[in-house]
Design a protein around this ligand. Structure first.
Ligand code: SF4
Length: 613
């Protein structure tokens, strides 16, 4: 294998049918950058055309980027690619999770993990540097993701990073997740691991990621990126007046401010003014719990969490004692749609639980906790929309056997009692009755239950692609033709934030138009909100740029919730960001400009074990 920087030089390959463990040379794939690029090339080359998602020939590729684990900003994401069971054609699709699993994969000595075949009985993968074992999962099969991670970490040690599926994935609920950490989940691919009888992947590594530059050069690059970063979604304008700020936009995710606290920290921590010149306060800029759960969440917020190498910390970590009443831990964590989606099935709203006005907060927190534990994905919120239609239109009553319909706790739903969430999600995860098909994804359930035209035509149900069954994701509703173009070119929802981050950065439209003229040749690439002008070349360039940047980020496994840093919070830079930053980071990590260690070429020791956890 060639000497490499950034890369470890090895791709780990595990065949669950044969129990074989082997190594491939990363060098063969480096033209494809990493992450998504690696995975698509491998699947294109190796998975026969016509293979279905549930087929031993389908592969799951977990892949990271050349800088993952090296400390570049927001580089802790992992790209997971496989043939999607939610897609009616089993088309290839990517999902992603953050956390620390991807960095640990590098520290264990691998740039990617390929899982192929299908185990005869439930197993989990134990990866400790060169030692790779396929272990029996007899005693963790059936457990929720919290207990599964605890069990695997109990065996491997608390430094291990664990990715796993919950009962939803085991029972082949199509809309299920692969989860790592408290709250990082890759949507839509859990059932492929369930089909392969693979419950969990634990990783522990003792290696390091070697880069080409000196530590001083690398440090300089990281600091330069730090200097232009904004808040979550790279929002660069605060949402309340700040002494340093020229602009204010109350819709941005820069909501840290004087008088706003991580209220459940001991002692409480004030997020404060967060001057953009103070890089030590970047982690206080985004008090996401308030944005996702409302103002009452402030007193429950312990801190903000997130992914390896990310100073933004967009994942809210809360302690909500009232969750124990429903049999769950009071500690809950998630972000954005991970809160909105699960709670949205309370169609009549949610009654207060512990204090006046806390119903919506409790529904979101309990819904997130249940979905996280069962390993369910909300299909970027489409799940709640499908449920809304099925229930409100009377379709559910028609398609469910009368006895099954009677069993469902609609009384709780009508009474706005969030105990309904448990009954609802367990029916899906454990594949109970006809009801469970709600978890098959929109295309499948709409066909099976014969949803009417009113479902497809009603914007309330947000379905973007009728044939593929996925929802809009920052499409025409937020970005006119640019968003529409971006949403067309995906096999799942277009989880693309390149355009969204720029447009909703908080800067005035006049400033955005200046940047648009520099980047896409005309200020008319950008319209004033909800004041759309006809399509033009600059808009098409903007859409193309956004798609390319998205592919680049998923290949470098940079977080598209921050990158590209098209704009910055700095007036002295006239709010320009640093689009060259990715190239600088990538270049610094890659060339063998100086001698680095040879990656180990030893073949991992492989064994199957019946030792149950
Ligand atoms: S912005 Fe959020 S999702 Fe992205 S890397 Fe940071 S913590 Fe993770």
């Amino acid at each position: 294998m060639a000497t490499m920087t950034g890369w470890t030089g090895k791709i780990l390959r595990v065949n669950l049918s044969t129990g074989s463990v082997s190594i491939m040379d990363t060098a063969k794939y480096t033209d494809f950058i990493g992450g998504m690029g690696f995975a698509h090339k491998i699947i294109f080359d190796e998975v026969p055309a016509g293979t279905k998602a549930f087929d031993p020939a389908n592969m799951v590729v977990f892949a990271v980027g050349p800088i993952t684990g090296a400390g570049a900003l927001c580089s802790g994401r992992t790209n997971i690619t496989t043939l999607s069971p939610m897609n009616p054609y089993s088309a290839v699709a990517d999902s992603h999770f953050g956390g620390y699993w991807g960095s640990e994969l590098k520290y264990a000595g691998y740039d990617a993990l390929i899982v192929e075949g299908k185990a005869e009985s439930p197993v989990w993968l134990r990866i400790e540097d060169d030692k790779v074992k396929i272990e029996s999962a007899r005693q963790i099969w059936g457990k929720g993701t919290f207990d599964t991670q605890a069990a695997v970490a109990g065996i491997m040690g608390k430094e291990a990073q664990v990715a796993c599926i919950g009962p939803a994935g085991e029972n082949l609920m199509l809309s299920s997740t692969i989860r790592t950490g408290n709250d990082h989940h890759a949507g839509g691919h859990g059932a492929v691991l369930g089909y392969k009888n693979l419950k969990a992947i634990g990783i522990k590594g003792t290696g390091a990621v070697h880069i080409a530059g000196t530590p001083a050069e690398w440090n300089k690059i990281i600091r330069e990126n730090f200097a232009v970063i904004g808040s979550n979604n790279n929002h660069v304008v605060p949402n309340s007046p700040q002494p340093w700020a020229e602009f204010v936009d109350k819709t941005t995710r820069w909501n840290g401010a004087k008088g706003r606290f991580w209220g459940a920290a001991v002692p409480p921590v004030e997020t404060g003014v967060c001057d953009p010149h103070d890089i030590n306060s970047v982690g206080f800029r985004c008090l996401k719990s308030l944005l996702d759960l409302g103002p009452l969440a402030e007193k429950y917020t312990v801190r903000m969490g997130g992914c390896a190498s990310c100073p933004i910390r967009c994942h809210s970590q809360l302690k909500i004692p009232a969750l124990e009443k429903y049999g769950y831990s009071p500690y809950v964590a998630s972000t954005c749609i991970g809160f909105f989606g699960p709670g949205s099935i309370m169609l009549k709203g949610a009654a207060d639980v512990a204090e006046k006005g806390d119903g919506a907060l409790m529904a979101r927190a309990l819904g997130a906790q249940i979905e996280n534990d069962l390993g369910i994905w909300c299909n970027y919120g489409q799940f709640g929309a499908d449920w809304d239609y099925a229930y409100s239109s009377g379709t559910l009553k028609k398609v469910l056997p009368a006895d099954e319909y009677k069993e469902i706790r609609f009384d709780l739903l009508e009474a706005k009692d969030i105990a309904f969430l448990k009954d609802f999600y367990e029916r899906l995860a454990y594949r109970k009755g006809e009801f469970c098909h709600l978890g098959d994804g929109s295309a499948a359930v709409a066909k099976r239950w014969n949803f009417g035209d009113d479902y497809y035509k009603n914007a309330r149900y947000i379905l973007w692609n009728k044939d593929m069954g996925y929802p809009r994701h920052h499409s025409s509703e937020s970005d006119g033709q640019v968003g529409a173009l971006i949403n067309l070119i995906k096999n799942r929802d277009a989880n693309n934030h390149s355009h969204q981050n720029f447009l909703f950065s908080g800067l005035p439209v006049s400033k955005l138009k200046e940047v648009a003229a520099e980047l896409w040749g005309s200020p008319d690439a950008v319209d004033a909100p909800l004041n759309y002008t006809p399509i033009n070349k600059a808009k098409i360039k903007f859409a193309k740029w956004s798609l390319i940047k998205y592919a680049l980020h998923d290949s470098m496994t940079l977080c598209n919730w921050v990158w590209p840093m098209t704009v910055s919070p700095l007036k002295e830079r006239n709010y320009r960001g640093n689009l060259g930053a990715r190239g600088t980071v990538l270049t610094a990590s890659r060339p063998a400009r100086r001698k680095t260690r040879q990656p180990s070429t030893s073949t991992p020791s492989a064994s199957s074990s019946s030792t149950a956890p």
